[in-house]
Design a protein around this ligand. Structure first.
Ligand code: ADP
Ligand code: MG
Length: 327
């Protein structure tokens, strides 16, 4: 073999190796994702495996649509709307699906000592989130709305799966728990379909599989800076958990020049100006959604209690001048 042939053979081998390297690398990093709208927000499901997610996609959409139809309080025909309109006059018998989310809401209320309360609807309405109100409510109005707030005004029959309201005007709304609850369902469908490496982002509620993408030790999740939402405050490296952030920077409104946040304190009937944001990291999706809202309302003390009681639970409480980590 001439020197020239040997050199060109050598070069060809190197070239093939380089191409192979990039092909394998591309395969290893292969991901597939689907994006769709649910609960008036965007849901993105990404799988880091060489399998098309479309297989599970149909079922995910189906389950999400069913959940939305069940608890949509803007649809008078939804089961939750029917419950809300009937349960003061008569016992309302719940379907298994509604009963399950109702129990999740009740558990959330108990575990957060009432800081998370799925009956805050009258307060949301009073502070103009459901209508066009443009004045700050009076103290009398707040007192009268508070009379209709409190899960203790809802009677549950655990044997018959019926619900009854003890007061007129009480209403249930799962807006503060639905996204986290839904993330758990999406994760269940993915696991059942054989996926082991995935990330779910449902309107900012994130769920990560136990296994990160191949070649990575952990997933990287950015926490937005609530003081400057174009910037990332911190990048967390995590796996096998769920992250939710509550902050008033997302969905606040302005009345009389005052910024009104969309998270209410069910005790005093006023919107919180508690923290800039609270991120909760928990094993279950539903808990991160509930705990971030509850700790936003009650603060570090509740965060410590929840972290003590629930293994794998931690918080990032962001204030203008400092960030507190619990535990
Ligand atoms: P965030 O992502 O900021 O936590 P969510 O969309 O999860 O916000 O929840 C906010 C919604 O929860 C509000 O629009 C309201 O319907 C409901 N909500 C407000 N305050 C409370 C509360 N103290 N407990 C339970 N739900 C609440
Ligand atoms: Mg939430």
């Amino acid at each position: 073999m001439s020197t020239k042939t040997a050199i060109s053979k050598g070069l060809a081998t190197v070239l093939i190796l380089i191409v192979l390297f990039f092909v394998c690398r591309g395969r290893r990093l292969k991901e597939d994702s689907v994006t769709f709208m649910v609960f008036n927000t965007v849901c993105k499901v990404t799988v880091y495996e060489n399998v098309k997610v479309e297989m599970a996609y149909k079922e995910i959409i189906q389950r999400m649509t069913a959940l939305h139809n069940l608890i949509n309080v803007y649809d008078p025909e939804s089961e939750l709307s029917r419950l809300n309109s009937i349960a003061f006059q008569a016992d309302f018998h719940c379907s298994d699906e509604l009963w399950e989310i109702l129990c999740a809401g009740r558990q959330a209320y108990t575990e957060t000592e009432g800081a998370f309360d799925p009956t805050v609807g009258p307060l949301m309405k009073l502070w103009g989130f459901h209508g066009k109100r443009n004045t700050i409510p009076t103290d009398e109005e707040i007192v009268s709305a508070l009379a209709k707030v409190g899960l203790d005004k809802v009677e549950f029959d655990d044997v018959k799966h019926t619900v009854r309201f003890a007061r007129e005007g009480v209403a249930l709304d799962f807006g503060g728990i639905a996204k986290g609850y839904a993330c758990d369902i999406v994760a269940e469908v993915l696991r059942f379909s054989g996926f082991t490496r995935y990330m779910i982002d449902l309107g900012g509620n994130i769920q990560l599989s136990e296994l990160p993408p191949k070649g990575q030790k952990l997933f990287r999740v950015g926490i937005r800076d609530p003081m400057n939402k174009e910037q990332v405050l911190e990048v967390l490296e995590l796996k096998g958990c769920s992250i939710a952030t509550s902050g008033n920077y997302e969905r606040s409104r302005v009345i009389d020049g005052r910024r009104i946040g969309h998270i209410m304190d069910p005790k005093d009937g006023r919107p919180g100006e508690f923290h800039a944001s609270v991120s909760a990291i928990t094993p279950r999706g539903v808990d991160s959604d509930v705990f971030s809202t509850a700790v936003f309302v009650r603060g570090e003390h509740l965060a410590r209690k929840l972290a003590d009681k629930h293994p794998g639970t931690s918080f990032l409480i962001v204030d203008e001048d400092r960030t507190t980590r619990v535990p």
